[in-house]
Design a protein around this ligand. Sequence first.
Ligand SMILES: *Cc1c(COP(=O)(O)O)cnc(C)c1O
Length: 461
Amino acid sequence: MQALFRLIPSMDKLIKSPQGTDLIHQFGHHAFVTQARSFIEEGRQQIVKNQTLPSFLQDESALFALIETSLQAMRQPQIKKVFNLTGTVLHTNLGRGLWSESAITAATDAMRHNVALEFDIEQGQRSHRDNAVSALISQLTGAEAACVVNNNAAAVLLMLATFAQGKEVIVSRGELVEIGGAFRIPDIMKQAGCTLVEVGTTNRTHLKDYRNAITENTALLMKVHTSNYQIQGFTSSVSEEELVELGKAFNLPVISDLGSGSLTDMTLLNLPAEPMAQQKVAAGVDLVSFSGDKFLGGPQAGIIVGKQAQIAALQAHPLKRVLRCDKVILSALEATLRHYLFPEKLTDELPTLHLLTQPLYVLKVKAEQLKQALSKHLTSNFNVQIEESVAQIGSGTLPTETLASIAVTISADKQSDLLALEQRFKAFSCPIIGRFAQQKFWLDLRSATQFEQLITMLEKE
Ligand SMILES: *Cc1c(COP(=O)(O)O)cnc(C)c1O
């Protein structure tokens, strides 16, 4: 065994050899030594176990090849680009939507340049980082002011912590939502230091339920949009208008978490209705919060619009500093919001709205192209079809509000063949992510972006 150990090259020799020098030049001394050491250690263990010199230590070029492969692998980003053919357009696990070109330009400009983030160029003095976005949102929603934070979950936390810490917040039992990723209204209440007061029943809540629950400890009346479920049948809920009236009588602010929300009427685009922030503002709600990266089609952010005095209170809370957005997000959000000043062009400019509104005949043409490009990757044991499919908006929108779509479906006699195919699709330089349903693998065109690149990759690899 000692004789075998002596055949292992020394680290010093590896470092000084031409291949070693080259790898150090490419990947750095520390990374090279770390990888080389781990292979040498692996070799020692194999000698102890098998009493033979493992093949990768028999000649140095084999060892260098292994080291190089592992160093290359370490360079691969873990947050990889993927092709989303799941049929879920706003797929949270795949990073939700894409940004508009002008949002991308604004973001990259902000990365490369200093920007007037908290600086009023005309006055030559300090200003507030939310000003630019706030002015635009006011124009779009009729709200007096806005506050921008990291995401809508943060927006809800900030509203509750600012106005109801140590106090009670009244919410309908029918609106105690849980959104994916462990966002639950009762838990956020606890984190904000509020006491949740549930009123009504799961299916029916009346104005008198709120009124009867008001005590001297009540700080807020809250509405939560039931984004991802629907209560049907014998139901009743209280509108924002009614709550605002009740709030006025008791001098209590009303807040509303819209979830996705929208700044434009989705039904005009033949999409499911989504509550609009401007309607809630018009109804007199004090603070309305919504996401930047759901229907809005921008970067991850939480936007709160409302009355000047209440927004000022949010801005002054210490948590705002913790939850604020950086220059990249704010620049991209400003550019995204600017599209809403020209609503006729929204579906051209915003990728999410573009995907959601693509007509079926466009998806059919793409499906034909995809089927063609896939043919060289599929052996005769696979059956490939173009079928009608059902796509989803995603990101906590109603799972029942589906969108007609077109998919390329692949089936095989043996389920194991299909599973192996899924693995092969994931092994492309840019992995293709589809979904399994009805014993078939579905590649849905509704959510597919960068389609030309997808086809080029399938032709080349
Ligand atoms: C999605 C959602 C949230 C969380 O929004 P994020 O921007 O993902 O943090 C909060 N409330 C409701 C009702 C939602 O639908």
